[in-house]
Design a protein around this ligand. Structure first.
Ligand SMILES: [Zn+2]
Length: 134
């Protein structure tokens, strides 16, 4: 696995291996059940060091979004969007919405995790609008 531009810690690596397998998983605390993101040695809720990697359901909700019109990195030509998504399991993650540009008041819209390879072939977790809307 390359992920050459990412700085991986011993806690991040297992997560990226699950992403590579298209089964994004996060640590779930064995004591209190809280999902942990980013990966860390102990639970921020109860401080337990015991956890189990659990695949995510793939469901989430847009909390916020923005479209960048200025290019900061060669890998991200403008315009590009960034979405903050609350996963069904609780953690908030930052990603990109694939397929459509966010618009209007899309806060609260359902999304699901999908995967897209970067220029180096590394899979990255992305979001796409869920087919069914409440
Ligand atoms: Zn805990």
């Amino acid at each position: 696995m390359a992920y050459s531009r990412a700085v991986l810690s011993m806690y991040d690596l297992p997560m990226w291996e699950t992403i590579r397998d298209r089964r994004w998983s996060l640590q779930r605390c064995d004591k209190c059940g809280q999902y942990r993101y980013p990966p860390a040695p102990n639970c921020p809720n109860c401080l337990s060091f015991e956890s189990t990697w659990q695949p995510l359901s793939g469901r989430g909700t847009i909390l916020s979004w923005v479209v960048f019109h200025r290019q900061y990195l060669p890998e991200y030509p403008a315009p590009y969007n960034v979405v903050a998504v609350q996963l069904a399991e609780g953690p908030i993650v930052i990603s990109n919405l694939i397929g459509e540009e966010p618009q209007g008041s899309w806060i609260g819209r359902g999304v699901r995790i999908c995967y897209e390879a970067d220029a180096e072939g590394n899979l990255l977790p992305k979001m796409e609008l869920a087919e069914t809307e409440a």
